[in-house]
Design a protein around this ligand. Sequence first.
Ligand SMILES: C[S@@+](CC[C@H](N)C(=O)[O-])C[C@H]1O[C@@H](n2cnc3c(N)ncnc32)[C@H](O)[C@@H]1O
Length: 276
Amino acid sequence: MNTTPTSPRDHFDRVAAAFSRKAAEYDAFGDDHLNLARLRRKVYDHVRRFARPADRILELNAGTGLDAAFFARQGYNVHAIDIAPGMLDHLAAKIEQQHLRDRLTYQALSFTELDQVAGGPFNYLFSNFGGLNCIPDLSLVTQHLPKVLAPGGKLTWVIMPPLCPWEMALLLKGKYHLATRRLRRGGVLAHVAGVRFMTYYFTPRQVMNALGPDFRLLGLEGLAVFTPPADRVDFPRRFPRLYRALVKIDDALASHAPFNHWGDFFILTAQDTRHE
Ligand SMILES: C[S@@+](CC[C@H](N)C(=O)[O-])C[C@H]1O[C@@H](n2cnc3c(N)ncnc32)[C@H](O)[C@@H]1O
């Protein structure tokens, strides 16, 4: 599992193997991680602005089910899919531990195969923390939306863009390769739990283009534009005053252009207008 991917099947097998291996340590990485907890909170605040209480949510790359369980506890009906069986084992455990059987279901499925999803159509399609960066072309997902998203339905996708100011600042340290990696055409090789697979970065405009003219942009904000990226667990502890100052700047500016196109991620919400 250590050579460059050769075919789409091989790619998806690698992604599933990588995240299944990662699953056991995935939730623990978020424990005591102020920076990551803030980013998740910002995603939840964003979704709460657009989701209605009766919405049925389809989560596209649900991982270990942290968000799926959160939304189910909030009273939403959630169907969660992921390509990595190892991640879904942890989601299944959360359903039992948190008594969510009546509100949270799951299915091992790639989001490129949404025509096979159970229980649709849904009112809200949610994807958090870069799962969609694991495919080269978002139309592999959006081609299925007319079937899986109810008319007037919404989606909130959290995606990694090419422009991440924190990574670009590494130019100042002479780390050219790392600073410019997201800008590389043809994707970037990721290493997860000893497995290598390609990842791809998308601008909000590319997402809207993939969604097509039936979709209207409702909300767009940058996530970790001025604060460190999600993997910087140590920063708030080492530099608490600086971190608090950066959080203030981030909170004030990240939802305004051009900053809402940048960051470790952006949060994009759009609505299907087919039946307006
Ligand atoms: C960085 S994790 C994010 C997990 C979760 N959304 C979260 O916020 O913790 C990325 C997830 O995307 C999933 N994924 C990647 N490609 C996928 C695909 N084609 N279909 C479904 N899930 C996929 C991986 O298995 C992994 O669980």
